[in-house]
Design a protein around this ligand. Structure first.
Ligand SMILES: Nc1nc2c(ncn2[C@@H]2O[C@H](COP(=O)(O)OP(=O)(O)OP(=O)(O)O)[C@@H](O)[C@H]2O)c(=O)[nH]1
Ligand SMILES: [Mg+2]
Length: 327
């Protein structure tokens, strides 16, 4: 497997930094720490992560439960020798499959040994049961871990301050709160990032300073393909889809890079829908995913998708392991 950084992060932020030109920066202690991003499904956690990093490391869709694993996104401020490791988590929800159990474990695993927890809420709506569930989880954690309340979707909220107050009174102690729009106002997100950088303890980097994500490029591409499938499919089918990249052959010169992936579904009937009439649906899913891959990799991609039935894979530990969900 190849480092995600090879393709996606050729230029880490150096902002004019040069070890030789600033005595202060060479002497500054190295600081690093983890920040967990938590909240109910669909509030914009992955959008926030991508904006924090300025690169798309996590899939986003308008449907809840898009994120399935705790993706780490890394921001290293080279001049000041500080590294933030963000952990995007699945939205907290109730479910009955082995995959749901895995997602819940990912959330719980993400909140230990972190410097800060970002609790993301949707300002368009007052708190609901799922938000109260998140609040309960937060109240059961180490009280020394500061919680920042992130009111997101400010651009589309009618009563943002009122909504933020309601979330802020659900129980967890809030150290700071923010009103922002992860999708439309990156500057506000960068201010949050600056505040987080200022809270880091002295510690060695957890990841090389050129890396932006702990995913392999195969995992990352699989997530973009799944994002496309989630966007194009409806009802229960998006949740029954998984994607596994089997083969990746880098193109030489003008030749396209070839990526072969299997799109897993749980039933024969789903397979027919995902393929669509005359293969129209799977072509559409492939087209959207390919465009994204081409933008981020900056080269031509030949994306070869095959739709296969893996009966009830969400209940099947062996299948989950094959997808990288758990050991
Ligand atoms: N209007 C508006 N929409 C947003 C904003 N941030 C995210 N969204 C939209 O909200 C939807 C969910 O975004 P995601 O980032 O996938 O949310 P999530 O919390 O990671 O969702 P799960 O992974 O399913 O828990 C998408 O349709 C986003 O485009 C925002 O600042 N404003
Ligand atoms: Mg997400």
């Amino acid at each position: 497997m190849t480092d995600f950084a090879d393709d996606l992060n050729p230029d880490p932020p150096t902002d004019g930094a040069d070890a030789s030109d600033a005595g202060e920066s060479t002497e500054a202690p190295v600081r690093a720490g983890f920040v967990a991003i938590l909240g109910k499904p669909n509030v914009g956690k992955s959008t926030l992560l991508n904006t924090l990093l300025g690169v798309k490391v996590a899939p986003i869709s308008a449907k809840p439960q898009t994120t399935r694993r705790g993706v780490r996104g890394i921001w290293t401020d080279v001049p000041t020798r500080r590294q933030l490791v963000f952990v995007d988590t699945p939205g907290l929800h109730k479910g009955r499959t082995a995959l749901d159990d895995f997602m819940t474990r990912e959330i719980r695993g993400a909140v230990t040994d972190v410097e800060v927890i970002l609790w993301v809420v949707d300002l368009r709506r007052p708190p609901g049961d799922e938000d109260r569930e998140v609040a309960r989880l937060l109240m059961g954690l180490d009280p020394d871990t500061p919680i920042f309340l992130i009111g997101n979707k400010l651009d589309a909220a009618k009563y943002p301050e009122e909504a933020l107050d309601l979330y802020g009174s659900l129980g967890p102690e809030i150290v700071r709160s923010y009103l922002l729009s992860a999708q439309t106002d990156p500057e506000a997100v960068y201010d949050l990032r600056d505040d987080l950088l200022d809270m880091l303890p002295e510690a060695p980097y957890f990841f090389p300073d050129t890396l932006r994500s702990d995913q392999t490029r195969e995992q990352w591409a699989a997530e973009l393909i799944r994002e496309s499938a989630m966007t194009h499919l409806y009802q229960e089918i998006p949740y029954a889809v998984a994607v596994k990249v089997n083969d990746w052959i880098d193109g030489e010169g003008d030749r396209p890079t070839v990526v072969q992936a299997d799109v897993w579904v749980e039933k024969q009937q789903h397979r027919r829908i995902v393929i669509g009439q005359g293969g129209r649906m799977i072509r559409e899913i492939g087209r959207t995913a390919r465009k994204q891959l081409e933008i981020f990799l900056d080269r031509k991609i030949f994306l070869d998708l095959e739709v296969v039935v893996r009966r009830d894979w969400r209940m099947d530990q062996e299948a989950l392991r094959e997808l990288g969900f758990g050991g």
